[in-house]
Design a protein around this ligand. Sequence first.
Ligand code: SF4
Ligand code: SF4
Length: 369
Amino acid sequence: MTDAVQYLERDGLQDLIQGLQKAGYHCVGPQIRDGAIVYDSISHVDQLPRGYSDHQSPGQYRLQQDDNPRCFAWANGPQAIKPYVFAAEETLWRSLRDTAGELQFTEHVVDVGPLAIIGVRACDLAALYLQDKHFLHAEPRDPGYLARRQQLLLVAVNCTHPAATCFCASTGDGPRATYGYDIVLSELDAGYLIEGRSQQGLTLLAGLPTRPATQGQLEQGDEESHQAVAHQTRRLPGHNLKQALFANLNHARWEEVAKRCLSCGNCTAVCPTCFCHAEQDRPALDGTSSDHVRQWDSCFTQGHSYIHGFTLRANTAQRYRQWLTHKLGSWHDQYGRSGCVGCGRCISWCPVGIDLTEEAAAICGDGEP
Ligand code: SF4
Ligand code: SF4
């Protein structure tokens, strides 16, 4: 935090939401749905999960409420910001048979308005950077992703209450947001430290009832960030596991983890960096048209490695190995870094509590490579 850091009273967050709306943004923010914190449309601060905290452990996620005045005293829920840029399902193109019997193809153009996401955590900003690399940094760029990404404004909130499943400090991706946002907040008991980064963020900030943060408030924000690091007990054994993983492709652990793994794909569905997808055609019953649709897929499904009449990864051990060696290993070749940002979602939302950090340590050893 720097001299540019301002202080916003708790009620002032409503001014931020209204400022965003006035600037044409549809706002989404964290709210409770079905016992979990997810992003949804928001127009008032009262919709935020005030007083809620979470307990997460392998295979477990529980919310609890007390008289805590804070609205962001929890770690990430199951939903990342991925669905707002990489849609879980979307039509890519449509074919139509014209009156002469010829097929005509039309691209489906994604037309979305400005969207502001409030409450984004550092790990999800790092994940978005990786998704950008996948969808935008080489031709052809993904037009649907690009259309949504260009409309995005991100209000980050520094994480002060990591879950027991979080390990972003060990991947270097959190808990404090350092890039990729327009505005960043640090929540204190009575208000927020607030800082703009992009021009849009600075413009919005100028319209808020802020005052310069005091030295004490800045120190409290720093202290809470340090505490958030100190509270993380899980870690990945080193930043580049590629060599260790590929040297252990026949490790007995792959078969051991496969005895527990249900091949359900929950881990890939909640992972903010996974981008695998499947495509299918949906013809109209009268044969006049057909939609070509893209859906999220997972390296844990049988169909994902089906090629020319043959399933390459026929069993769960092969699929778990694919997930881990790609995510933690060959991503370094593709995108220059690991595909894991330490959000811990795959640990909490695995129905049998398989822990990626534990599996990586069992296969690669627990030290720095
Ligand atoms: S692999 Fe797990 S911990 Fe890493 S980014 Fe994906 S969901 Fe988060
Ligand atoms: S590791 Fe867990 S979440 Fe992932 S496929 Fe296996 S059982 Fe499902």
